[in-house]
Design a protein around this ligand. Structure first.
Ligand code: SAH
Length: 217
């Protein structure tokens, strides 16, 4: 794949960023990250011309790269501060992980599909992003690297996994879409004390499902 980022791509990114502003994304650091990252390189060649539309697209293995608005919205909900330790569940194309790296945090990301994991592990360093990438079942989080300041789940869950709540620091936030296969409610869980968690809801989204176990091909 030619790792080409042209003026035309840059122009299209600018338009995408202004459309995200219109839709209510206010965090300038997030807008800057989206304005900088060559999203077209994260997509299959068939879809490259659509890379800067505010839509989700297939990335192989039956999965999708999230719509830019969704990436921005979830990232905004994390309320990121520099140098925090963040776990992303659902690496997918690696795009969301790149956005997090741009925000100056320590990123750990986990993917259950070997095919996607292998591709991202090669691709992200090629374009200058070096999060820690893991192959495994994100339902379990990453106990060896816990606790995290923030945890972001980028697939739709039917319930909130206890393991993820338990891997949050006190004061930490878990952003996770929760619902059925047709609609999930964007949910933010804040760990107030060791045993007290606060739950807030931020409207409906549609994600590919958070699934148990791993796929080894
Ligand atoms: N954040 C991604 C969006 C990926 S879509 C991006 O920026 O492109 C959701 C991803 O979650 C898919 O790749 C899917 O394989 C993965 N996934 C689903 N269940 C998972 C689990 N239990 N653990 C880890 N990854 C999971």
């Amino acid at each position: 794949m030619a790792l080409n980022d042209t003026l035309r791509h840059k122009g299209m990114r600018k338009k995408l960023v202004s459309s995200l502003k219109t839709k209510g994304i206010r965090d300038q650091n997030i807008l800057d990250a989206i304005g900088k990252i060559p999203r077209h390189l994260f997509m299959e060649s068939t879809f490259i011309n659509f890379a800067y539309k505010d839509q989700a697209f297939p990335i192989g293995a039956g999965q999708t790269i999230s719509q830019p608005y969704t990436v921005a919205f979830q990232t905004q909900l994390l309320q990121i501060e520099k140098n925090e330790k963040i776990l992303e569940v659902g690496t997918g194309s690696g795009y969301q992980a790149a956005v997090l790296v741009e925000l100056g945090v320590k990123v750990f990301t986990i993917e259950r599909q070997k095919e996607l994991y292998t591709r991202v592990q090669k691709f992200l360093p090629e374009i200058g992003y070096n999060p820690a990438i893991f192959f495994g079942d994100g339902y379990k989080g990453l106990p060896d690297f816990a606790p995290f300041d923030k945890i972001l789940v980028t697939a739709g869950a039917t319930f909130v996994p206890e393991e993820l709540k338990n891997q949050l620091k006190i004061g930490g936030r878990l952003v996770i879409p929760v619902g059925n296969s047709k609609r999930q409610e964007m949910t933010v869980i804040t760990r107030i004390t060791e045993n007290i968690f606060k739950t807030e809801k931020y409207g409906g989204f549609i994600f590919v499902p958070l699934l148990k176990g791993t796929v080894n091909v």
